[in-house]
Design a protein around this ligand. Structure first.
Ligand code: GA4
Length: 335
């Protein structure tokens, strides 16, 4: 009875979402990182959707499955042990509550800084006697995915016609020792049996609509669907899951650095599944003091920035005051 009550309460705090315009799976642009066409295809995908899938990515399958197994073990721990990771503000274990301003979703998660030192510390607090298995799975996976993100950003830069040093203009922000990158494990439990009976036709929202504030996000999930992206005309498109590939999302910072050429993609996750969905996401962010502004090397003669200048630190501060579905860039658009 008590778990039904909790679900009932959860549903009451959820806004109904519009799924009338949800449809048809479109073809997700798929980029073979080793193909000579990769750069032009990436630019096209980032311009039109802010979203694409990467194959031939060089991340070994065993690293993905190892981390998925470890994540499963973590989420199956008793609640009190999971909570020993601390609260997710700024980093730790979260359950249903997202951010600091009342957003909720049908998921539990572990939100981490991507730095190996931080990960060592948090793994120690989760399992003091045997921290190394989880730690190694996380650290190895993150290192590989970060490397791939760097390759994607360099291919992107080439596609934008950046030459010489400028080819690293985006990737260097992620490679920087002070890069403020995050890592997140999301566990969306199956839809509860009692849901239909008390939800009056609402959808079960796993993670509500939002854009990512960082430069780039690299997402991998198990073979359970739920991820949707918003396309130009505002309709929602379901992304068929693929546990062998990665999905790349353009973040707000990359939209600004390309002066609006690339679109940060609005996305959400529905949790209408019979089986649980597990996703792992690397968020590539710049150092805190980094100025976020259009790259001088991409600006045409006479082109002006669409945005007021801000640092990553300022953007993050403002993001943490917002609700998930807010348009966080609006505040920085020049009038
Ligand atoms: C969205 C992208 C990342 O998951 C995240 C999220 C963060 C959080 O879960 O704490 C935020 C969200 C994300 C954007 C707006 C704020 C902050 C929740 C929220 C309501 C870790 C991030 O960097 O921004």
């Amino acid at each position: 009875v008590s778990s039904h009550l909790a679900l009932d309460q959860f549903i009451k705090t959820c806004k109904p979402i519009n799924t009338n315009n949800t449809l048809f799976p479109i073809v997700i642009p798929t980029i073979d990182l080793n193909s000579p066409n990769a750069k032009s295809m990436i630019v096209k995908a980032c311009t039109e959707l802010g979203f694409f899938k990467v194959v031939n990515h060089g991340v070994p399958t065993h690293m993905m499955t190892q981390l998925e197994d470890e994540a499963r073990s973590f989420f199956s721990l008793p609640q009190a042990l999971k909570e020993s990771a601390g609260s997710p503000n700024p980093f730790g274990y979260g359950n249903k509550k997202i951010g600091r301003n009342g957003d909720v979703g049908w998921l539990e998660y572990l939100l981490l800084s991507a730095s190996p030192e931080f990960i060592a510390q948090i793994c120690l607090s989760i399992s003091p006697d045997n921290p190394d298995v989880f730690r190694c799975a996380l650290v190895n996976y993150i290192a590989k995915v970060k490397k791939m993100a760097v390759q994607v950003l360099e291919t992107m830069a080439e596609g934008l016609n950046l030459k010489g040093e400028d080819r690293n203009a985006l990737s260097k922000l992620i490679k920087d020792d002070e890069s403020d990158s995050y890592f997140r494990l999301n566990h969306y439990p199956p839809k509860p049996e009692a849901f239909e009976a008390i939800s009056s036709g609402r959808n079960l929202v796993g993670f509500g609509e939002h854009t990512d504030p960082q430069i780039i996000s690299v997402l991998r999930s198990n073979n359970i669907g739920g991820l949707q992206i918003s396309v130009n005309d505002g309709s929602w498109v379901s992304v068929p899951p693929d546990d062998n590939s990665f999905f790349i999302l353009v973040g707000d910072s990359l939209q600004v650095m390309t002066n609006g050429r690339f679109k940060s993609v609005k996305h959400r996750v529905l949790a209408d599944n019979k089986k649980s969905r597990l996703s792992m996401i690397f968020f590539g962010g710049p150092p805190l003091r980094q100025k976020i502004a259009p790259l001088p090397c991409i600006m045409q003669q006479g082109e002006e920035s669409l945005y007021e200048e801000f640092t990553w630190c300022e953007y993050k501060k403002s993001a943490y005051k917002s609700r998930l579905s807010d348009n966080r860039l609006l505040r920085f658009v020049k009038r």
